[in-house]
Write a protein that binds this ligand. Structure first.
Ligand SMILES: Cc1cc2nc3c(=O)[nH]c(=O)nc-3n(C[C@H](O)[C@H](O)[C@H](O)COP(=O)(O)OP(=O)(O)OC[C@H]3O[C@@H](n4cnc5c(N)ncnc54)[C@H](O)[C@@H]3O)c2cc1C
Length: 511
């Protein structure tokens, strides 16, 4: 059965909650962490309610680099445990829980004048160590091939736009790439709902205790008190606002968005070293929808706005750094969009790029369990640790986590995904549900498939079928949910403007 999150289900769930019996676990925040917690708890048989003040993936989880990475960077900092955990969780996502949403991303470090010989040797050593982590995590080499040195000709073939000045070859390696980070969160939330969780967006927690919370429906303004045997705070950079004694040191990471035709022939990620650093790189990340992201910065910040914005100097830093390895420099005219996210780092001494990316489960004086830190790749382990803590503190009768072997909605082994009869784009985004996306859109609109599967424009490959499915099955309640999270059209403002009408249409026919 295809699980549906939509306005009607939201209303029914809110009605059931008001005056209902206590639930086992209330989860606050529906980023990757909270959606993961909701799934972990629901799949252990617990009664779960999970809320977000805005929407699925409203916060940091939609502003990532969209990599499921093997933890190479953490290895370079001596954080072996974090690196190993990352490699294991990457393998879980790519081989079992979400093969449809993940694939191998080839990455090339061109060895130009910008990369000295000692630095190149160090980088290759790191890539080999990363490959060892992959082996220890039992992720097949066929899925993520090992690193190797490229000749000058091979480097040019992989990166036609590479600078020829002093080019000695390149280093090729592979890591995991997500189809999209917000789509992973949507899949998690829907899988949790399929296991009985009540998943409610536009519902804000205004006050938390260990056994209850005050919630406000952001659509109607009505408040309600929910009693819960355990309360989990998974609000990322906002976590410190809901419990006492928790200080976060957020750091902003910015990406620029370019059209792929600005880097013709390049379907690999291209890395350039940050001057003065041995292990920091700026990289381009090609996406399946004709865009390339260029990231990323790491800047300490005290401000926690709902939607962070990149700063001007970050744009210059990213362009200047990647231009060190490109023949034709990128300019501000090539930048069609940009985005910034805040890393939810726990406070510690030192610069934000040195803070540990390890996660922490903390219990407040009132008994609220907060899960914070970590990263997108390790959300499943974070969720498991948080639910273990909630289960033991509240004495809930539940077994161990089962999520390491629980496929998300749409997941199937890669050879089965290859046999699905549906447009490739839909299989990449919905896996086994791709045919159901088309069928649901036909049923809701009465339009022929050809109309529903046509790209919205020359520049935007998103289809009307996806917008309609967003409304009928993925809990999109307004145009922003559709344009900015179920699809990522909003990453390019001119495209967003051009597609506003299509999003309104989808809400009017299917809402
Ligand atoms: C620039 C950048 C790049 C990154 N790249 C990667 C990467 O490539 N790979 C990787 O593994 N990790 C990456 N990370 C890390 C990763 O994105 C984060 O660790 C992760 O997304 C955090 O998710 P979260 O669910 O904890 O927080 P969030 O995604 O921020 O979710 C918190 C949610 O809580 C909600 N909320 C807040 N207050 C309330 C309230 N009072 N009531 C109800 N809801 C509330 C918010 O609306 C939000 O949806 C990156 C991070 C950044 C900043």
């Amino acid at each position: 059965m295809t699980v549906s999150l939509n306005a009607a289900r939201r209303t029914a769930d809110l009605d059931a909650l008001a005056g209902g019996a206590p639930v086992d676990v209330l989860v606050v925040g529906l980023g990757v962490t909270g959606a993961g917690v909701a799934l972990d708890a629901a799949s252990r048989g617990l009664r779960v309610v999970a809320v977000d003040a805005h929407d699925l993936a409203f916060g940091t989880s939609r502003w990532s680099s969209k990599l499921v990475h093997g933890g190479l960077r953490y290895l370079a900092k001596g954080q072996v445990g974090v690196a190993h955990e990352s490699a294991v969780e990457r393998g879980v996502l790519m081989t079992r829980t979400a093969p449809h949403l993940t694939h191998a991303m080839p990455m090339v470090i061109p060895l130009t004048d910008a990369v000295g010989k000692p630095q190149a040797a160090l980088a290759m050593q790191g890539l080999r160590a990363g490959d060892l982590l992959r082996r220890m995590a039992h992720t097949p080499r066929g899925l993520l091939p090992g690193p190797r040195r490229l000749s000058v000709e091979q480097t040019i073939a992989r990166v036609p736009g590479v600078s020829r000045a002093g080019l000695r070859g390149g280093l090729l390696s592979y890591d995991g790439q997500l189809e999209d980070d917000a789509r992973l969160v949507t899949a998690l939330a829907r899988t949790a709902a399929a296991h009985g969780a009540r998943v409610l967006t536009k519902v804000r927690a205004t006050d938390l205790a260990g056994d209850s919370a005050t919630l406000r429906d952001e659509v109607t303004g009505q408040t309600l008190t929910v009693r819960a045997r355990a309360v989990v705070n998974a609000t990322g950079v906002w976590a410190g606002g809901l419990v006492d004694g928790l200080t976060l040191t957020p750091s902003r990471g910015t990406h620029l968005v370019l059209r792929a035709d600005r880097m013709p022939g390049t379907d690999v990620a291209v890395s350039a070293p940050v001057p003065g650093s041995t292990n920091r790189f700026v990289f381009t990340l090609p996406q399946a929808d004709g865009l390339v992201y260029l990231g990323l910065t790491d800047e300490a910040t005290d401000e926690i706005p709902d939607v962070p914005r990149p700063e001007e100097h970050e744009v210059d830093f990213l362009l200047d750094t990647i231009n060190r390895v490109l023949a034709r420099p990128l300019t501000r005219d090539d930048v069609v969009g940009s985005y910034a996210g805040l890393r939810p780092l726990l406070s510690a001494e030192g610069s934000t790029s040195d803070l540990s990316r390890r996660h922490a489960v903390l219990t407040s004086t009132t008994g609220v369990v907060t899960i914070v830190g970590g990263k997108l790749t390790t959300y499943r382990r974070m969720a498991q640790d948080a639910v273990d803590q909630a289960v033991s503190a509240a004495g809930l009768g539940a077994g161990s986590s089962v999520t390491a072997s629980l496929p998300l909605v749409g997941a199937a082994p890669r050879h089965e995904l290859a046999r699905i009869v549906a447009p490739t784009r839909l299989v990449r985004r919905y896996g086994t549900e791709a045919p159901a996306v088309v069928a649901a859109a036909v049923e809701a609109t009465g339009l022929p498939e050809a109309d529903l599967l046509a790209p919205l424009s020359d520049r935007v490959p998103v289809t009307r079928a996806e917008l309609v499915f967003g409304v009928t099955h993925e809990g999109a309640l307004d145009t922003s949910d559709l344009l900015d999270r179920r699809t990522r059209i909003g990453l390019v403002p001119v495209d967003r403007e051009a597609c506003e009408d299509a999003a309104s249409w989808a809400l009017s026919v299917a809402g």
